[in-house]
Design a protein around this ligand. Sequence first.
Ligand SMILES: [Zn+2]
Length: 219
Amino acid sequence: MTLKAHILLGAPGSGKGTQAKRLVDTFALTHLSTGDILRDAVSKGTEIGLKAKAIMAEGKLVDDDTVNGLVFARLLDETRDVLFDGYPRTLQQAKALEDFLSSKGLELGMVVNVDVPQDVLEARVVGRRVCSNNACGAIYHLASKPPKQSGICDLCGSPLKHRSDDTAEAFRSRMGEFNSTFQPLLGFYRTRPTFRSVDGHRAPELVFDSLRQIFGARA
Ligand SMILES: [Zn+2]
């Protein structure tokens, strides 16, 4: 049987990571996130892993070619179908993956975008409040998970704070940057026959039902 590489796409905050974990458990896939692959290669001390480590030590983003090299090495070790989460991140990575798969006789599987409107993502971020006591770190949301007493942590009684990363301005700036690489990537995959989009603005259980149907029906 030909190994297939499935891909889950989505913006930060779309709930993609949670859904990926459930999918790999349900369908016996190998979960491959770029972060895990990087950490794994660094800890094994492979040549490309050491290169990635040096780049990260300088506080830089690991370049596409290095990420691709790490991912491809991992893919060749796999015996089960894989689910990528956070890879490909750029159009260059997507094209390189396609070339790699066809050169090895592997197949692109399902490519599923967990679609959440940007204003919904913004509301999720902007309503977030965190406990100011670092040892506690409890997270609340003004709409979906309010504290019992306004502005006070239920667990430790410390004041809640609104992080500077969680303001609308910070969110819009991050999303602008994200979309400049994500939209071309999405455009590339939209034309593929195995591309699907699911409505991610629903309860996680319902989003997972849609994903289960898509992955359950895959050839
Ligand atoms: Zn607390």
